[in-house]
Design a protein around this ligand. Sequence first.
Ligand code: HEC
Length: 133
Amino acid sequence: MKRKLIVITALMFVMPMVVQADAISQLQADYQAKGAGPFSAAAGEALWNKPFKDAKSGKERRCTTCHTTDLTQAGKHLRTGKVIEPMAPSANPKRLTKIKKIKKWFVRNCKWTLGRECTAQEKGDLLAFLKSL
Ligand code: HEC
């Protein structure tokens, strides 16, 4: 009985950490369930740097427009000038740890940059690239 309690208590401490640290794997598993994968960091990097033309203004847009090309450095929002903390998890351990946050910004930023939502394959590739930094 006592041992059972110890195990349960230990699990209660460990579980939330495992779930949090694994936001990327969980999302990638979701994308795989939708038929995407395997994921490639190289494809993610290519998409991260790829220029897209905004239909209205004709101006070039990329992920790096706000996040910059050195992901260990802070970026700056193009319009608001607000500082964006470094994207690389190695430079910013809080990065890519919350599924809700990742999903929300994928929708917003893909729409703004690509003019459409990213596919499951693209999102899986982007995460493979970002987590390698
Ligand atoms: C117009 C500016 C802008 C562009 C362009 C942009 N982002 Fe972002 N991005 C932000 C802001 C602002 C946040 C939220 C603030 C933060 O997390 O520091 C964010 C957050 C994110 C997050 C959430 C990170 C986390 O810790 O959960 C991801 C993932 C992301 N962006 C991916 C992308 C991708 C992929 C592209 C290109 C398709 C892109 N962004 C282009 C401004 C931008």
